[in-house]
Design a protein around this ligand. Structure first.
Ligand code: DGT
Ligand code: CA
Ligand code: CA
Ligand code: ZN
Length: 582
């Protein structure tokens, strides 16, 4: 099975290898093709089977690239790619995960020092060899060294946004199999962590051997890592998928156990001990001390096991939503019956952050508005980038362009089925200043989003930097406050309590950016900010109408931060929103 993702990864690797050897133009073409293959709705295998015309129908895929794609689908490798790999035998994916190290750096360091792996890179930086290479200084060497641990860890985890669709496909497949009584996602995917180590799927069945065969026979399985009576590990879409098969009567307790988190499970076990009970993946049992010490994991009187709610009830608790199961006070809150009434997707009425082709978006204002209406929103804020430092290229809007866009947005709004508000996204500089837009222009806009895009590890006090931005009277929303890019760029560090308090004081909403590369703010920061009195906004930062669907990642991230509908700005109706903005 060859997936669109695998093909895209190969094309990107090809691009990087060429770029490392200073080849011009081609890398860009290969990257562009990779992005289009990745997002193409039809399976690349089927297109390749129908021939070159079908493959080159994908945008950005010409004949040369199309032939390589077919070669890969048919033979599992690409001759020219193998030749480039032999020319430059480096672990390109791992090395370029180090912030500040791009393909050209990899090429130069291989040429000068023979660096092939992250370990080589670390050893060379520690030995002070990198600063001896022309074009590299001591500071660069220090930065590389500091960024290696992040890169190492980033390589091991997949973005929630990529893992979730894989998990949902797997779950739908499992649920359709003969012999499967119940099935559910478990692990970090069920808790909606921002990154995922592996996909966990729990299955209740009385015919485990037959179900296991049906799982391993699935056409989307790339390889079988392990296959036993109760546990099977498969590779699907380049991810590890762990299946656990359990008796239907133990499905609920197994679901609690395999959903985790580990710390939540430990806290549950301690609560059970206080009540002369025992909880494990097989059930909740009333036990004597003798039974507790017994080898038999099912010793004692069974109180629950089949259903998750009953498992919690047997520990004198209401059911706890999976997003809360991180041992951050949820068991105590549940014990007092004071769990939050969590936000739900249906509570959201609009999106406060979207881009168009006026800056770096792909679509017109009208197309974005239509997309938002089709998604079901009551309102949309158009918030393209303002010109200024931190905005890449020259895509940001100058003051006169912002004025022009305001007119255009109002014209679209006049005929739109939903409310459309004017807005801008301005960069937060290292000193907390917000963009370069004239204050008179900012005052004309309905919404001003201030977001950090660069200088994230500037030595200044980062909390102060963000607070200063929020103190700017024009600012309504602090966008993706940490500037992190998951697996690519660490978060700017700040004190979430102080940030939340300042947001409340200045009437600024803190964004939960729902783009799967960001998820910024994240659970613990949302929780702290809300406790400090802040209002949050769940925004997709959509650059195309299809990206309005990122909203669910923002909703579940906010739920990880214990957010209720009343904590979230865009659960308000348009009048409530306007009231907050004034
Ligand atoms: P991941 O895969 O790294 O994103 O994170 P999880 O939480 O999915 O972890 P994973 O896949 O290793 O295990 C799934 C769940 O199984 C985990 O959340 C809790 C449970 N679990 C696994 N091993 C242990 C263990 O040694 N002790 C306890 N208490 N629970 C465990
Ligand atoms: Ca997992
Ligand atoms: Ca696992
Ligand atoms: Zn944006």
């Amino acid at each position: 099975m060859v997936t669109n993702n695998t093909v895209a990864d190969r094309l990107e690797e090809f691009a990087a290898l060429l770029e490392a050897q200073d080849v011009e133009y081609k890398p860009r073409a290969y990257r562009n093709a990779a992005a289009n293959v990745r997002s193409h709705p039809e399976p690349i295998e089927e297109l390749a089977a129908s021939g070159l015309d079908a493959v080159t129908a994908i945008e950005g895929v010409g004949e040369a690239i199309g032939e390589k794609i077919i070669e890969y689908v048919e033979t599992g490798s690409i001759e020219e790619l193998e030749a480039e790999r032999a020319n430059l035998p480096v672990d390109m994916a791992a090395l370029t995960r180090v912030e500040g190290v791009g393909p050209k750096t990899v090429g130069a360091l291989y040429e000068a020092l023979g660096i092939e792996t992250l370990d080589d890179l670390e050893a060379a930086a520690e030995a002070g060899e990198i600063q001896t290479v022309s074009g590299f200084g001591a500071k660069t060497e220090q930065n590389i060294l500091a960024n290696i641990p992040f890169a190492r860890q980033a390589g091991e985890r997949v973005l929630l946004g990529n893992a979730r669709p894989v998990g949902e496909d797997v779950l739908a497949f499992a649920r359709g199999l003969d012999g499967v009584e119940r099935a559910a996602l478990a692990g970090s995917l069920r808790r909606w962590r921002p990154t995922i180590g592996d996909v966990d799927v729990l299955i209740a069945s009385d015919s485990k051997a037959a179900v296991t065969t049906r799982l391993t026979d699935w056409e989307r399985v790339e390889s079988v890592a392990e296959s036993g009576e109760t546990k099977t590990s498969l590779r699907v879409a380049d991810m590890q998928v762990d299946f656990r098969l359990v008796d239907p009567g133990e499905f609920g307790s197994a679901l609690v156990y395999f959903t985790g988190s580990r710390d939540h499970n430990i806290a549950l076990r301690n609560r059970a001990i206080e009540r002369d009970r025992k909880v494990n993946e097989y059930g909740v049992f009333a036990v004597t001390e003798e039974q507790r010490a017994a080898q038999d994991t099912r010793a004692g009187t069974r109180l629950a096991g089949e259903d998750e709610t009953a498992v919690y009830e047997a520990l004198d608790l209401p059911w706890i939503p999976p997003e809360l199961r991180e041992n951050r006070g949820e068991i105590a809150a549940a014990g007092e019956d004071s769990l939050p009434d969590l936000l739900e997707a249906a509570d959201l009425r609009g999106d406060l952050h979207a881009h168009t082709d006026w800056s770096d978006g792909e679509n017109t204002i009208e197309e974005m508005v239509t997309g938002a209406a089709e998604y079901g929103h009551d309102y949309l804020v158009i918030s393209d980038h303002a010109a200024g430092p931190g905005v890449f290229g020259d895509s940001g809007l100058e003051d006169d362009e912002i004025r022009e866009q305001i007119e255009e947005v109002r014209a679209v709004a006049a005929d739109a089925p939903i409310e459309v508000l004017t807005g801008i996204e301005a960069n937060v500089g290292p000193d907390g200043t917000v963009g370069e837009t004239d204050t008179a222009v900012l005052a004309e806009l309905d919404v001003v989003i201030a977001s950090p895009h660069a200088d994230l590890r500037d030595d200044a006090d980062r909390t102060e930097r963000l607070i200063k931005a929020m103190e700017n009277p024009a600012v309504d929303v602090l966008g993706h406050p940490s500037g992190r890019l998951l697996n690519q760029r660490p978060a700017m560090e700040f004190d979430a309590d102080r940030l939340g308090a300042a947001a409340a004081e200045n009437g600024v909403a803190l964004e939960v950016n729902a783009n799967p590369h960001r998820l910024d703010l994240w659970g613990s920061a949302v929780k702290a900010a809300i406790e400090a009195g802040a209002t949050i906004a769940i925004d997709t930062d959509a650059h195309a109408p299809s990206e309005f669907a990122y909203q669910r990642f923002g909703v579940h991230t906010a739920r990880r931060g214990w957010a209720e509908a009343t904590d979230v700005l865009n659960t308000r109706d348009i009048d409530g929103l306007r009231e907050f903005l004034h």
